[in-house]
Ligand binder design. Structure first.
Ligand SMILES: Nc1ncnc2c1ncn2[C@@H]1O[C@H](COP(=O)(O)OP(=O)(O)O)[C@@H](O)[C@H]1O
Ligand SMILES: [Mg+2]
Length: 327
């Protein structure tokens, strides 16, 4: 029997919900891989890469299913998993090291998108570098490397003031944002997620999902913050609703979201599966917020919902992703 190691983040027993999710993904992938006659073995990655390398050498997997999101709790180390697997010459699922690095560092990814003519909101970096083309009045302070809406809530929104004042705000918040952050123009509009999966060597765009903000008071900021993603008993979690059905009049917007997502796939050298997050402003212009080279593939997350909408069963998708890694 072929062996697949499911390499996941090293998670402390008392880890928060967003980290525990990686283990749930690992278990779901293991069950799906068994349907493809793989013997699954779960393995956490350690910051001591030698010890993880030794374990991988001993296990001799045919392939690694890489769902590492953090190492030692840090998103900024995400690409080390891929780099270790490159070094050990073990094939692995999903994005290669370079794509993982350049897409997971959000300001770096944004610079690449701007150069390639893909719209991404204006932003101000910690070192004072300013990338400004519009006159946004509101900005959101968010993490450079962390995902899963870590550290995001309503207080993340600030008024556009002087750069100096904004830099001071960023400095005071960066500790709870994984140590590094930036400020980005807030697009007060609709939110969309576009999942992509490799099929026969090409990227297939999955049905587009819109996140609806149900019953949000007019003055309540519409954002998929930490509570919306992880606090199952919160207003935000229960009132951010995914929708897949769109009126025919929306076709030009849907076409444009698909086209931009495919350009991101090419630009970043994505592989296996990925998700692109968008906001669309009142003028119907799409802005890319971020590229997820390692999107959550829990059976209850957005990517899996898009698979279901496409008529692809969860285990079939895991099969496609494994196949893509082995080719
Ligand atoms: N510039 C922005 N304009 C509007 N909403 C934003 C912006 N940046 C982030 N958000 C909100 O915060 C959420 C998380 O931000 P995102 O950049 O996707 O990071 P993460 O990696 O944590 O998912 C988004 O889904 C969106 O609701
Ligand atoms: Mg996101």
């Amino acid at each position: 029997m072929k062996k697949v190691v499911i390499l996941h983040s090293d998670i402390a027993a008392d880890a928060p919900e967003d980290e525990l999710d990686c283990l749930r993904q690992a278990e779901a992938i293991a069950a799906a891989a068994q349907k493809h006659h793989y013997e699954p073995v779960l393995l956490p990655i350690a910051l001591d890469l030698n010890s993880t390398g030794a374990k991988l050498r001993a296990l001799k997997p045919s392939v690694v299913f890489n769902i590492v999101e953090t190492i030692a709790g840090r998103g900024s180390l995400i690409h080390l998993a891929c780099a270790l697997l490159d070094y050990l010459q073990i094939p692995y699922t999903g994005c290669p090291t370079e794509a993982m690095f350049i897409s997971s560092n959000k300001p770096l990814a944004k610079k690449m998108m701007r150069r390639a003519g893909i719209a991404t909101p204006d932003w101000l970096e910690q070192d004072g570098s300013l990338f400004q083309e519009t006159k946004a009045e509101q900005y959101i302070i968010k993490s450079t490397w962390e995902h899963a809406s870590i550290g995001l809530d309503e207080t993340s929104l600030i008024k556009r003031t002087s750069d100096a004042e904004m830099l001071a705000q960023m400095k005071s918040r960066r500790a709870k944002l994984g140590g590094s952050c930036f400020a980005e123009a807030f697009i007060d509009g609709r939110e969309f997620n576009v999942g992509l999966i490799a099929e026969k060597g090409r990227a297939r765009v999955l049905p587009i999902a819109e996140m609806l903000f149900r019953d949000y008071a007019p003055d309540k900021p519409k954002l998929v913050d930490y509570r919306a993603k992880w606090a199952a008993d919160s207003f935000e979690y229960n009132n951010t609703i995914r929708k897949f059905a769109f009126a025919p009049a929306e076709k030009p917007l849907m076409d444009s979201l698909r086209e931009i997502s495919l350009r991101c796939w090419e630009l970043f050298g994505l592989r296996g599966y990925a998700r692109v997050d968008f906001r669309v402003d009142s003028g119907n212009k799409p802005w890319v917020l971020e590229i997820n080279a390692n999107p959550c593939i829990s059976p209850d997350a957005g990517f899996a919902a898009a698979l279901t909408e496409a008529g692809i069963e969860y285990h079939e998708a895991i099969g496609l992703i494994l196949e893509d890694a082995m080719k």
